[in-house]
Design a binder for this molecule. Structure first.
Ligand code: HH2
Length: 264
């Protein structure tokens, strides 16, 4: 279970709540008590329409949180970023996983994906490769695919191959279809349905459905009423072969996923 700590002012569901490092750290520690296995720290919102944050600013946000979580919380910390420079600093501070939400694409400041993979390899860190079509500012305008599951799978398998070529061991790579990242609600649902196909290659699959807008679009659920839908998606993903769930609601998700795991 990957618990979320957004050190941002504008994240779509909890923007501003953990912008203060002390609150972010307290939240990270609390999620440990609720059963999280990993803590995902992010300093840039990548919600649809978000404005990019310069690497310098992203680093200033996450640095105090990573430093103190690494010192005080026994859980591995992952850095949620698409920027090579941010990944480099986070790994130097002791982060154990790079959650690359661009799946090794060139970052907005020119940082190469290959360099992010090499950094992860050099630090012996895990690497999450997530699929995103387009850029956060415009990705939800008109996402198009001929075959969404096939195309996302192809992109992620190729990114995994590039990560392995950069020296990341196969067992340290996880794949994530990136629900809501350049996908309509129907396309995100197709990807949830296709988790089994993505898991076939043998890499652990991570799914992040928590509070996502597909629940608003398909079932008219406002942001603060998406818990049950997120739990259902987490359970369905695990039953289809997902191994890691990314969530804002750690306690409830751990309880729900435990039942799914017992059925496997
Ligand atoms: N979703 C978000 C951010 N990072 N990383 C992975 N691997 N998978 C996801 O589905 C994923 C992610 C968006 O959620 P959140 O962090 O709550 O929002 P924001 O990007 O606005 O900070």
């Amino acid at each position: 279970m990957l618990g979320i700590v957004n050190v941002t002012a504008d994240s779509f569901s909890d923007g501003g709540r953990y912008f203060d490092p002390a609150r972010a750290i307290e939240h990270g520690l609390a999620m440990r008590g609720e059963g999280a296995d990993l803590v995902d720290v992010g300093g840039e919102s990548t919600r649809p329409g978000s404005v990019p944050v310069p690497a310098r600013e992203e680093i200033a946000r996450v640095r105090p949180v990573i430093e103190r979580l690494v010192a005080r919380c026994p859980l591995p910390v992952s850095i949620d970023t698409r920027k090579t420079e941010v990944a480099r600093v986070a790994l130097e501070l002791g982060a154990a996983i790079v959650n690359d939400v661009s799946g090794l694409r060139v970052d907005p400041e020119g940082g190469e994906g290959k360099d992010r993979a090499e950094l992860a390899a050099r630090h012996g860190a895990g690497l999450v490769l997530m699929h995103m079509q387009g850029e956060p500012s415009t990705m939800q305008a008109d996402p198009r695919y001929d075959d969404v599951v096939g195309e996302v799978k192809g992109f992620l398998f190729d990114a995994a191959r590039r990560a392995a070529e950069a020296g990341v061991p196969r067992e340290s790579i996880a794949l994530d279809p990136g629900l809501g990242f350049g996908k309509s609600a129907a396309q995100s649902l197709a990807l949830l349905r296709g988790v089994g196909e993505l898991a076939e290659a043998g890499y652990p699959v991570l799914v992040g459905a928590s509070r996502k807008s597909l629940f608003g679009k398909l079932w008219n659920l406002p942001l603060e009423e998406r818990l049950e839908a997120g739990l259902a998606a987490a359970v369905a993903s695990v039953l289809r072969g997902a191994r890691i769930v990314r969530t804002h609601e750690v306690r409830a998700t751990v309880r729900a996923v435990r039942v799914a795991e017992a059925l496997l």
